[in-house]
Structures are given as C-alpha cells and as structure tokens.
Design a protein around this ligand. Sequence first.
Ligand SMILES: Nc1ncnc2c1ncn2[C@@H]1O[C@H](COP(=O)(O)OP(=O)(O)OP(=O)(O)O)[C@@H](O)[C@H]1O
Ligand SMILES: O=P(O)(O)OC[C@H]1O[C@H](OP(=O)(O)OP(=O)(O)O)[C@H](O)[C@@H]1O
Ligand SMILES: [Mg+2]
Length: 286
Amino acid sequence: MFALPNKGRISEPVMKVLEKAGLKITVQGRSLFANTVDEDIKVMFARARDIPEFVADGVADIGVTGYDLVLERNVEDKVEFLLDFGFGFAKLVLAAPEDSNINSVDDIKDGMRVATEFPNLTRKFFEKLNKKVEIIELSGATEIAPFIGVADIISDLTSTGTTLKLNRLKVIEEIVSSTTRLIANKNSLKDKEKRDKINKIVLAIKSALFAETKRLIMMNAPKDKVEEIKKLIPGMSGPTVAKVLSDDNMVAIHAVVNEDEIFNLVPKLNALGARDILIVPIERIL
Ligand SMILES: Nc1ncnc2c1ncn2[C@@H]1O[C@H](COP(=O)(O)OP(=O)(O)OP(=O)(O)O)[C@@H](O)[C@H]1O
Ligand SMILES: O=P(O)(O)OC[C@H]1O[C@H](OP(=O)(O)OP(=O)(O)O)[C@H](O)[C@@H]1O
Ligand SMILES: [Mg+2]
C-alpha cells in the first residue's frame, strides 16, 4: 500500500512526478483508494500530516510526506527515508513581531507563549534549551497569534518568507528545514517481494526527478567542429555523433545537458556553426 497526500500543496506535484515515473494512478472522484498501472501497487490518499503514522504502523508500506511532519510525529526512527523529491521546501522557524524586542532565543523567557502547528517539534526544541515555554497549539494561520494576544511568538513554516513579511514578523531562529520525502515501513523493506517492488518505485521516481533537470539537445554541426563541440557538451556517456546523409561535411550530434546550461550553451554552439538545434524535454533517464 502506497500512501499519498490527498490535499495540500505537495499533493499535485507528487502526482505529476509519479505519472512521469510511469506510475499512473487512476483516481475516481473523491475516492480515498486508487489503482496504479501495477496491480500489486494500491494507493491510499490521506493528509500529509497523517502519512508518517500510517507508514510507521505499517498501514501503508510506503508514503510521501514532508520531513517536518515525520519529525513532528516522532517516527523518524521507525521509517526509512528513501528519497527526497527536492520540492515542498519549507523551514520551521521561530518568529516574533518585527517591533518586539525579541531578537534571538536568548530573549525568550520562561513562561512565554509560543503558538504553533508543530507542538512536538517546538516543545523538543525548547526542552533542549532548557526553557519552559507554554505551547499554544493552533491548526493554521498561526501568524495572527501574537497580534490577538494569544501568544508572544510563533513557530511556523516559512518558504518564500512572504507570509511572515506580510504579517510583520521577523525570524529569530530556525528549528528544522524540510522537503517532500518518500518514506517506507522498516518491516515492509524486510519482505523480499515488497522490497523489490519498493526498489522499482524508487528507481522510477529517481529517473523522473533526474530527467526534470535535463534536456536532450540535438543539432547538425560541421564535422571539423566536433571536437570543440564535445568539449562544450560532454553528455552523460559522451555525445552521440551520427552521419547526415544529405551533407558530407555535417554530422548530427545528440547529447543530454543540464537545463540551466542551455542558455549559455546555445550561442556557443551557434558560433561553432551548429544549426537546426533542437532542445527537447526528457521524461525519464535510466
Ligand atoms: N509555504 C510552503 N511552501 C512549501 N512547502 C510547504 C509550505 N507550507 C507547508 N509546506 C509543506 O507542505 C507539506 C504538506 O503540508 P500540509 O499537507 O499540511 O499541506 P498544506 O499545503 O500546508 O495544506 P493545508 O495547510 O491547507 O492543510 C509539509 O511537509 C510542509 O512542510
Ligand atoms: O513563506 P511563505 O511562502 O509565505 O509560506 C509560508 C506559509 O505557508 C504555510 O501556510 P499554509 O498556506 O499551509 O496555510 P496554513 O497556515 O493554514 O497551514 C505556512 O504555515 C505559512 O503560513
Ligand atoms: Mg499548511
């Protein structure tokens, strides 16, 4: 059983990666279960916040959730982290009103109230510091708490920083940094059949994530410039150089390149006489 977030900001990007990975999921309406192209892989949809518990308990063999949510549930020792999707980036931070005189954790006094959606992570953070704060658990819109007299500071997620800025809050400390992860139940990994299946899923997702940052570049180029072009695009196992039947002096070159190199690469290729340059997205790289 594969647990996936049914809502929230990581739900859609995760489904997209899985589809690219060849693991198309057929969801019917608001159903909480679904099938995949592989009849052995069944999907259940749940809140990202609950998925760590489901995987730790073995209700699900694997699941996708945030690293922060695994820590919040205190199950990081019960699950195996299989891969990082590299998105869903957010940091859990302590923040105080911009005009308050709280500028570092040293300014946080015993008895102060901290509003948060992450009571366990926040409690542990203050226990380590030996500070006795009062945790006020909220289920969202934590940023408002200091301004309505519910708390002195907040412990909340920040990604772009927009929400904090908009609410005139300043970061005073980082508690944890998080991204979206694939996690597995440790017992499921001990079962050979399940482990083989899980490994296939990991490989498929990795290939899709890796391909996202790559492009296939194809061009026709003068034969005598091949060595210079090779230096510009080493490719994964060297570029493919093939004959162009209609022109003896030209060769066709194919290579996989990093997406972020393309902007600077194309003018250099042009200068070497390359033409008919095509840049194509790649679904998976295995
Ligand atoms: N602003 C953000 N940018 C990127 N990731 C975020 C942001 N806020 C939360 N996350 C991450 O999204 C993951 C999923 O959280 P959750 O399912 O609670 O979704 P959500 O998008 O916060 O939805 P909601 O708050 O509506 O329930 C968490 O691991 C969290 O770290
Ligand atoms: O730094 P930013 O990019 O502005 O993002 C941070 C905001 O995103 C999350 O809120 P969410 O939208 O999940 O609402 P919530 O507070 O109801 O969970 C988080 O709790 C912050 O409020
Ligand atoms: Mg949220």
